[in-house]
Design a protein around this ligand. Structure first.
Ligand code: 4AD
Ligand code: MG
Length: 480
């Protein structure tokens, strides 16, 4: 008898057939005459009820059926008496595959805090919340590839070990085989990286963009979807040291094309989740609603999770320039409840998260795309606008999240690009390969990066980025 997944069984089983199911015990309750075992195998948020009659399943076996134990159950499908599910299983044979000692298994059936669950990140997929998040995460990964595949974008793998710092923020993790206790030295008395593994200094990538551009300037429309690494020491609920980024890049495309693609993409992903992840979303919406109750009123969302997703799907995003954003902020009074206690200096300063939240959550009450930032606060590769002060950049801001997408039209003019690099002290010989695209057959091109975990925060309604990636890496935290 082959194993049937619980999802399949609950969706389509007919009564009276014999099945085999395998999974982990969530709870067991009952009395001398009957036991009810809630079994979950990860395929769905719903547990399967297994009914065990002590005349058929021995006391010896039932005593090992405790929360966390793994079981193989053979039994008959019967229509369920209880509400909420269509069928249950009348057990004919139960095998305990792996016991779970009730005295030491940490996930006893009670409410656990997210902080506690973060400490046992290796076991948390066995909870309803985390299994729902990881199924949703899978669905979003699939939707990313489906969206681009349907539009004719090619997926390109870009390297994780590189010699460049695409964003120029100097927040890279070094990759080296040099023994720090005994480094080889050169004649100048410096560490001799010529003797390192790659013969030069290397680091983990902060973005696949530069390599993505090389591909776009040959293949047209491409996207990358890979891990990126940033050693920024920001211990916030929005930053990870290792996160996944989706970076599309389009040849023959300007900033408007870029914004159009980003807006269509985000709407598609949210809509995909609404259509395909109904049960998990319903569970996460309820969870998020409970969490909201414990927050101070000023911190609460105006809408529930499902409504927030529908809102993004159905409404046009606001598009404004940086200069317009600054004018709005200058003319707004700080909020009395201290939620938006900001002072914006003058034109030229970078927007802080409180400014972004004000624009999105208070002023426009919808996702906002801000364009044309001052060149001095943005990366070297962005296209200089005719005003000579701003670049063709865009940041997309989401309610409750802040920046979810960052992108730009790229500087395709070789002279202007080299000029920017000189100003920002980026050595030409480091990225001569990048400059070749501007020397040979350059074209206007644009792209953006979507932080996958920021998307996951929005879609799942979770509040901490550590809870939407299975194995979070943050300052001082790298378990297993
Ligand atoms: O704005 P960023 O730094 O842009 C780039 O890396 C460009 N190369 C993208 C491009 O044009 N191809 O990062 C893009 C997005 C941010 O908007 C944010 O969603 C996410 O990546 N992000 C992070 N997510 C989690 N943890 C961090 N430390 C993040 N840093 C950026
Ligand atoms: Mg950014």
């Amino acid at each position: 008898l082959r194993r049937t997944k619980i999802k399949t069984l609950l969706e389509s089983a007919e009564a009276d057939i014999q099945v085999c199911v395998k999974g982990w015990v969530r709870t067991k309750r009952g009395n001398k005459h009957v036991s009810f075992i809630a079994l979950n195998d990860g395929s769905t948020i719903n547990n399967l009820q297994v009914v065990a009659d002590p005349n058929i399943i021995s006391e010896e076996i039932l005593k090992d059926v405790t929360t966390g134990a793994s079981l193989s159950v053979v039994g008959k499908v019967v229509a369920s008496q209880g509400s909420g599910q269509s069928v249950e299983i009348l057990a004919e044979a139960i095998e305990v595959i792996g016991k779970a000692d009730p005295d030491s298994y940490p996930l006893q059936p009670k409410k656990h805090s997210l902080e506690f669950l973060r400490e046992i990140a290796h076991l948390r997929p066995r909870t309803n919340t985390f299994s729902a998040i990881y199924r949703l995460r899978h669905a979003m990964i699939f939707a990313v590839h489906k969206f681009f595949n349907d539009k004719g974008f090619l997926n390109i793998h870009t390297p994780l070990i590189t010699h460049s710092d695409a964003e120029g923020a100097g927040e890279t993790f070094k990759v080296t085989t040099i023994d720090p206790k005994n480094p080889p030295m050169n004649e100048e008395g410096e560490v001799d990286y010529k003797q390192d593994f790659f013969g030069k200094e290397t680091n983990l990538t902060v973005s696949g963009q530069l390599e993505g551009e090389l591909a776009a300037l040959a293949m047209g429309d491409i996207y990358t979807f890979g891990p990126t690494f940033r050693a920024e020491n920001s211990n916030t609920s929005r930053h990870l040291a290792e996160f996944w980024m989706i970076e599309p890049e389009m040849a023959f495309a300007d900033l408007d094309d870029d914004m159009d693609l980003a807006e269509e993409f985000l709407k598609y992903l949210v809509s995909y989740a609404l259509d395909n992840c109904k049960e998990d979303l319903a569970f996460l919406a309820k969870r998020s609603e409970d969490e909201e109750k414990s927050k101070p009123a000023a911190e609460r969302h105006d809408m529930g999770l499902i409504e927030r997703l529908q809102f993004v799907r159905d409404n046009e995003f606001q598009r404004i320039t940086y200069t317009e954003a600054i004018d709005i902020l200058k003319n707004s009074k700080p909020n009395k409840k201290k939620k938006f206690k900001f002072i914006i200096d003058e034109w030229g300063a970078d927007l802080q998260s409180e400014h972004e939240r004000f624009l999105v959550e208070k002023h426009f009450k919808k996702p906002v795309i801000i364009t044309n930032y001052p060149k001095d606060i943005k990366a070297f590769y962005m296209k200089l606008n005719d005003d000579n002060k701003t670049v063709a950049a865009m940041d997309m801001l989401f309610p409750g999240i802040g920046e979810i997408v960052g992108g730009s039209q790229r500087e395709e003019n070789l002279d202007l690009l080299m000029e920017r690099m000189k100003q920002m002290e980026i050595p030409e010989h480091d990225i001569d390969w990048y400059l070749d695209t501007r020397k040979f057959g350059t074209v206007p091109h644009s792209g953006f990066g979507l932080g996958f975990e920021r998307l996951m925060l929005f879609v799942s309604g979770m509040s901490n980025i550590r809870d939407v990636i299975p194995f979070p890496r943050t300052p001082q935290h790298c378990e297993f």
